[in-house]
Design a protein around this ligand. Structure first.
Ligand code: FMN
Length: 518
């Protein structure tokens, strides 16, 4: 099949050469080629639109098909790349797809000119448009089969296109700009798109994958699918209207703190691409609970939405003061009209400057004792650290299991362990010179080990949310198989693109859906 597609691309680009050569010859010799009844080749070929920058359009077509043909032949002969220099090479399959996309866009433009401006059709130009369309479809099929980009067994051609566009256009562009600037800009774009039904629908068309079978009931909450946006991306609660269209099944806002904090000194975000990680040094940047509640109160959420709460980044005189800060934040949300479905209790933020994390049994117990008095009705999930040993983690789980309002745990937060073997060597050197902690692949193994341990030791006592290093549908499936009930991600979406969410759901729908709680 692969060989047949390669061959068809060669043949169709050759047909394009014949068509464009004939038109070029006729144009240059001043003839109008014979035209069947119903077509108006002369109107089109003698119009001002048939010349671009002084050059007849058929010549552009000839160059385009000629180049496409050469690349297609190289690809057919299994020459999979052309070296530009010692380090850089162009993959022939990539080049083909770029050319095909360019061809389809230009064809669309020319067909619109014929239909909308000239109201006349040229048979040979339509043949060329058909060649471009065929080349485009064949190239997408080729990409789909080669699985060159974040693809699973069930990728749709639309997703393949968006994966490709993200990997080759959007991501290189984003990665040239400061990470926090991109984050802020994307949040604004997302908030804007969420304001209108039309842009919501367009986003849905681009990314969404839905299947009723993916619905899962956890702690009394019905999640339309098990894939959530983890805490830290929408820390101000601005994206609730667009995330369902992207395909998320739930979403956590925050971490929100009782008082506002402008964040650590920049840079607050960075990228470690070789380790497939992000460097996070926000230190609980938050507008503060009252401002967030003001934004969210009375709003309807289309998917279950949680609030992640942590202690304000400040210096506290005593442990009780720090606990009091968290308790006040919970109280504000409990008393508000915000329609959130659950809480995350962030005990593990590794980059705050003042208060200590609640990652010792004594401190956690003191915090949970106070929270218990609030009689919180919604489920509370503890966001766990991932750098503790199994024994240390177990001692925290034992404390948590004694409190019935703690329904589950999330594994886990960022890694702050500079000896983490999943960080690339030169990234480690860079990391040693900057503040912050890592998300993404360096959290993958540890998160998985702790999910598996907790499931084995505590069975159904805890709902488990698997977070950390999900970059493909198969990664998400692994977390479910190890014992997670739901999964969350951020970094995978930033590295692979927003179509990843639909991809995971499509995969679950086809392969892994049986693991879901009903
Ligand atoms: C930019 C960024 C900000 C984050 N901020 C928070 C936060 O405020 N609260 C929290 O509980 N986790 C936060 N996290 C951790 C994520 O929720 C998640 O646990 C971690 O990134 C691992 O998942 P990932 O590999 O899919 O990103 C943040 C992560 C990133 C990348």
């Amino acid at each position: 099949m692969k060989l047949l597609i390669k061959l068809l691309i060669v043949i169709v680009s050759f047909l394009g050469i014949i068509d464009a050569s004939f038109l070029s010859y006729e144009k240059l010799t001043g003839h109008i080629p014979p035209c069947t009844v119903g077509f108006q080749c002369d109107t089109v070929l003698t119009s001002k639109w048939s010349i671009l920058f002084g050059v007849p359009l058929p010549l552009y077509g000839l160059a385009f098909y000629g180049f496409t043909f050469v690349i297609a032949v190289l690809h057919f002969l299994e020459i999979d790349h052309i070296s530009i220099d010692a380090k850089r090479k162009l993959h022939t399959a990539d080049l083909q797809l770029i050319l095909a996309m360019f061809g389809i866009c230009f064809s669309l433009y020319l067909v619109s000119i014929m239909g909308l401006v000239l109201h006349a059709w040229c048979l040979y130009c339509l043949l060329s448009a058909l060649c471009c369309l065929t080349l485009f479809v064949l190239n997408v099929m080729q990409w789909h089969m080669q699985k060159k980009i974040c693809v699973c067994s069930a990728s749709s051609p639309k997703t393949v296109i968006f994966s490709w566009l993200y990997a080759h256009i959007a991501k290189p562009l984003f990665f040239m700009i400061d990470a926090e600037v991109v984050h802020i800009a994307m949040t604004r774009v997302g908030a804007f798109l969420g304001r209108f039904a039309l842009s919501q629908q367009l986003t849905r068309w681009m990314f969404f994958y839905g299947d009723k079978q993916l619905a899962t009931k956890v702690d009394g909450i019905v999640f339309p699918n098990p894939v959530g946006l983890a805490a830290g991306f929408d820390y101000e609660g601005r994206l609730g209207s667009i995330l369902p269209s992207v395909g998320f099944g739930f979403h956590t806002i925050g971490t929100v703190t009782y008082r506002s904090y402008e964040g650590n000194e920049p840079p607050r975000l960075g990228r470690f691409p070789d380790s497939k990680a992000l460097l996070v040094n926000k230190g609980f940047k938050s507008e503060g609970a009252p401002a967030i509640i003001d934004r969210l109160k009375g709003k309807k959420f289309a998917i279950p939405t949680g609030i992640s709460i942590g202690s304000t980044n400040a210096v506290y005189a005593t442990l009780n003061d720090q606990i009091d800060d968290i308790v006040k934040c919970f109280k504000l949300f409990e008393a508000s009209t915000v329609k959130h479905a659950y809480y995350e209790l962030n005990i593990s933020c590794p980059n705050t400057q003042g208060g200590q994390p609640f990652t010792t049994p004594q401190r956690l117990n003191a915090l949970l004792t106070k929270l218990k008095n609030l009689h919180i009705k919604r489920p509370v999930y503890i966001k766990m650290p991932i750098d503790l040993s199994q024994k240390e983690t177990n001692s925290l789980l034992q404390i948590a299991s004694a409190y019935s309002f703690i329904k589950g745990v999330i594994f886990g937060n960022l890694t702050k362990d500079h000896s983490n073997p999943d960080v690339a060597k030169h990234d480690r050197d860079r990391w040693n010179q900057v503040k912050g902690n890592l998300s993404g692949k360096p959290t993958w193994n540890r998160s998985n080990a702790l999910i598996a341990f907790t499931k084995k030791k505590y069975g159904k006592r805890f709902t488990i949310i698997g977070t950390g290093g999900i970059f493909t549908p198969e990664d998400a499936q692994t977390k479910l198989e190890l014992g997670a009930d739901l999964v969350q991600l951020i970094t995978g979406m930033i590295y692979e693109g927003p179509q990843l969410i639909g991809e995971i759901n499509r995969h679950f729908s086809k392969v892994a859906g049986n693991n879901l709680k009903k």
